[in-house]
Design a protein around this ligand. Sequence first.
Ligand code: PAF
Length: 275
Amino acid sequence: MIVARDYKSFIEARSKLNGSVGFVPTMGALHEGHLSLIKKSISQNSATVVSVFVNPTQFLAGEDLNKYPRPESADIKICELAKVDILYMPTIEQMYNSDELKISAPKIRGYILEGANRPGHFDGVLQVVMKLLNIVKPTNAYFGKKDAQQLILIEQMVKDYFIDTNIVACDIVREPDGLAMSSRNIYLSPNQRIRALSISKALKRGVKMVQSGIYDTNQIKDTIRDVIEPEVDTIEYIAITDRRLKEINSIKLDDTIILIAVKIGSTRLIDNIWI
Ligand code: PAF
């Protein structure tokens, strides 16, 4: 595996890759969820590139960029063992100039749900993903459904800007007890972790309701609220939308996402299920 820490050495290593190239962009602190994207890319492409870059522009003022975990040698080891071809770890100086041209997230879909909580966050995500796709020029790029809104906005950007990369949506990876994998799970105490199981339990309850013929989204949201409310400290949102993130009143099979964001203690957790 080549570890490229600057643009020039990345481009040199990239020029030696033949056939289809799969790309998994990350901010590091790699866990099973990332590994499943990497494995998928490796199984579907001739070569795989992973990037580790803690992108400053997707952090808002007051969010502590410096506290973001950076277990660099563990990330390198994980990629090496997974048989990644190139690990790209650029510096901030290489990725950004002063007074840059900006990419903006769409005014509605970029500012609801996660975007309501973190206005401007998706501008930064799209900006860096655009840069990375242009640098790596992958055939396929892999994103998790856990960050559903991010995935949907990236799909839109690729379409709107005619970027020649296929975006592959990957299923959420869960712990055996149902908790969605996240770098934030380590911040949960044993008791908080048990309470966090209410989130996946509530999503499953929602699916069961749909399976039993209940399509009224308000009824489903009320049930979900009843399951999680006693267990979490704050419910930020329970939303049922179509795959363009528009709120819907009635479930549309194969075109619905149930999304939840909560806080347990100071840890913010998101999860969703695609129906
Ligand atoms: O999902 C992430 O880890 C980040 O938002 C991404 C896509 C790597 C952009 O920095």
